[in-house]
Design a protein around this ligand. Structure first.
Ligand code: CA
Length: 423
């Protein structure tokens, strides 16, 4: 058992009920304030624990950390120290925040400077994303899309249950929560039109996903065995993989998604460690037919994390439009990483791997507007009386996620993005 996960732990820092960030979470992020340059922090209640400050003032003594490791714009170097080291840092931070430990608690001068109120900070990208891959691993999502666009009888392609389907996306346009996006323009062709047309997308959509971030490379030519996959995974964020459905339909044959996907993907700013998610492990769906040995996993490799999407029209209130769960994933993160590298592909520290849209079995658990409004045939009614088939200008999309067990709630915070009119 990881000591920092003990449900009995309590912090001397105030943690409001239903906070995503109790002492058992301690997710890592990059923040800046009016006075402080970008640097690493850990979330606790409504505060950020400034890791640069703690390190420079001797509170992390004995962990043998490189100087300046937290005083950086990204966490890549820190997570690249490997899970043994980053786990030791999380354990030490847990000690320092424990109500039974006086080191920082009773040192008012230092604790006041080390704790930054979240509302005084701006959250930035936690890592410099080196490479971005997106999977397509929810069987409910793949079945819904196949049913809509192809054949309900053969909704899944023949390969789908044999391998975790994925494609290489665009790393440069991954942005943190709070960064607005512009409605993208592109080519589309209506089914009944003779010729394509050009203009703003009429079918802007979100995709409810999670993404894992890697912290350890493999050599080019050396696959990562499935039993070692989690040594390479630091943690997970919420991921909104923005999509332009009308552009996608026209462009994707034969090489797959391109401009329909690469204009923006938004993430939550706190990386929740795999360690913190340990209590939420559950078995995944039964895989039939049996997978190849390189994809076989033992034990619980899925995570019971509630996921939710809200839509907030300009000047209006939030409407929850989807409730799903990370546990529905057919292919787990170990299988995704083992498959990604089985051909010898080398991964890097700071890569991001999207799960694919996570839809559940019921219509209110579908993870995209495409599915929720069923290709525009069942518009969603909002509390202000308006309807949505897809996302409109001025709409804000908010995703949240958390696991809850033994009275402990481990949350991801939120990824919140407003859509602006086309530029
Ligand atoms: Ca996606």
């Amino acid at each position: 058992m990881i000591k920092a996960n003990d449900p009995k732990l309590k912090s001397w820092v105030d943690v409001p009920k239903n906070s995503d960030f109790p002492i058992q979470n301690l997710p890592f992020g990059i923040f800046k304030t009016q006075y402080l340059e970008a640097g690493a922090g850990v979330a606790i209640g409504e505060y950020i624990l400034d890791l640069t400050y703690l390190h420079e003032n001797g509170f992390l003594f004995g962990l043998d950390l490189p100087s300046g490791i937290f005083n950086q714009q990204y966490l890549n170097d820190f997570i690249g120290l490997g899970k043994k080291k980053t786990r030791a840092v999380r354990e030490r931070l847990s000690e320092l925040l424990d109500i039974n430990n006086g080191e920082l608690q009773n040192d008012k001068a230092n604790s006041e400077l080390a704790l930054i109120p979240m509302d005084e900070a701006e959250m930035l990208m936690p890592v410099k994303v080196q490479n971005y891959t997106d999977f397509y691993s929810s069987i409910e999502h793949a079945t819904n899309v196949g049913t809509m666009f192809r054949d309900p009888e053969n909704a899944l392609f023949p390969n789908w249950k044999h391998l975790p389907v994925g494609y290489h996306g665009r790393a440069s346009s991954i942005i943190p929560t709070g960064v607005d996006i512009y409605r993208p323009k592109g080519q589309t062709k209506a089914p009944d039109a003779d010729q394509p047309s050009f203009g703003p997308t009429k079918r802007l959509d979100f995709e409810l996903e999670t993404a894992f971030i890697t912290c350890k490379e493999n050599e080019l030519g050396e696959p990562i065995p499935i039993g070692k996959a989690e040594d390479h995974i630091f943690g997970i964020v919420l991921f909104n993989d923005w999509s332009a459905r009308d552009i996608q339909v026209w462009e994707y044959v034969p090489l797959g998604p391109f401009l329909a996907k690469n204009f923006a993907s938004s993430i939550s700013p706190w990386i929740v460690t795999l360690d913190a998610l340990e209590p939420f492990r559950v078995a995944g769906p039964k895989q039939e037919p049996k997978v190849f040995p390189y994809l076989e996993t033992k034990g619980n490799k899925n995570f019971d994390v509630n996921l939710e999407v809200s839509l907030q029209p300009e000047g209006g209130e939030e409407n929850v439009i989807c409730k799903s769960n990370f546990k529905y994933m057919y292919w787990n993160i170990n299988q995704q990483l083992a498959h990604h590298t089985v051909n010898g592909c080398n991964i890097q520290v700071g890569d991001m791997y999207g799960s694919g849209t996570i839809s559940g079995p019921t219509p209110d658990s579908y993870g995209s507007m495409l599915e929720l409004a069923w290709k525009g045939t069942k518009p969603i009614k909002l509390s202000d009386g308006s309807e949505r088939k897809f996302i409109e200008d001025g709409d804000t999309v908010i995703m949240r996620g958390y696991g809850e067990k033994d009275g402990v709630r481990i949350g991801f915070g939120e990824v919140k993005t407003k859509v602006l009119p086309t530029k």
